[in-house]
Design a binder for this molecule. Sequence first.
Ligand SMILES: NC(=O)c1ccc[n+]([C@@H]2O[C@H](COP(=O)([O-])OP(=O)(O)OC[C@H]3O[C@@H](n4cnc5c(N)ncnc54)[C@H](OP(=O)(O)O)[C@@H]3O)[C@@H](O)[C@H]2O)c1
Length: 291
Amino acid sequence: MKNTVWIPGGHGMLGSRLSALAAADVDVITTTRADVDVADRAAVLAFAQRRRPTLILNCTAYTAVDKAESEPALATAGNADAPAWLGEAARAVGARALHVSTDYVFDGSGSRPLREDDATGPVSAYGRSKRQGEERFLDATSGQGLVVRTSWLYGPGGKNFVLTMLKLMAEREQLKVVADQRGRPTSTSTLAQRLWLLAALDATGIVHVADATGPQGISWHDFAVAIHAGASARGLPLQAKSIEAIATSAYPTPAVRPAWSVLDCSRCETLTGPLPSWTTTLEAFLDLQKL
Ligand SMILES: NC(=O)c1ccc[n+]([C@@H]2O[C@H](COP(=O)([O-])OP(=O)(O)OC[C@H]3O[C@@H](n4cnc5c(N)ncnc54)[C@H](OP(=O)(O)O)[C@@H]3O)[C@@H](O)[C@H]2O)c1
């Protein structure tokens, strides 16, 4: 019998990549908010009972980081309640369950790569809702679920830093990008591949997944410079001649971002093999842009 995999949020940036990379021998059910509102406990439990998935890969989230500051209840419903209901549904039907979380659960004060068991301390409403979601998901699955934390995610079909930069670089001669926040970019291709590998193992708890950088990660400014160089090499439309490095204080946003969120991904590498370098995955993504 084929395994049945339920991907709520299957039309989002990660969910669409994940379903595209599914093996041929699994039945994938993707749902949108219109099919199943994952913040609705009864709807989630009823859907799971009806379709009996053997694996649930939660790709839903309330991802509006700045807006979450003014609508924390919506962020909590999407990022804390929903994973609890999905975890409960998984336990009810005996399914394995993976839930995706974020580097924004950390407070940004570190200076070495952050391990899964390092203290969290979110500094935004989004980060707090995601941290609650991790705890409630693990409780609901009686510790049998797996939380996959990732960072600086980008890919086709979503709002993300790389596509925003490409658009701005095509429109403006000068760009200013913050240089004092450091992390690890992650392509949705990398994350989707690792999610499928991790789903097939019996690993529980928390695991960090991101593209490989050095131990100091990179800054958003480093990332923008690499995007510019890659776009230029491919003849993509470019007006931008300079990318100025600025401090976070010169670019105020409603939500505070952690200054340091470089993830230590050694647990993932032990379980699934070496992660690709961030430059390799960025190049592959930029190749798609010139088609
Ligand atoms: N993007 C990043 O930089 C980043 C970084 C670290 C971690 N992450 C995590 O990575 C995961 C995937 O993010 P993403 O960028 O792929 O997000 P995304 O493109 O915004 O996709 C999220 C999907 O979830 C759906 N959704 C939200 N609330 C729902 C609800 N109540 N019921 C049903 N569906 C709902 C959304 O549908 P609607 O369009 O209808 O709302 C959307 O299709 C999330 O857990 C996110 O927190 C992202």
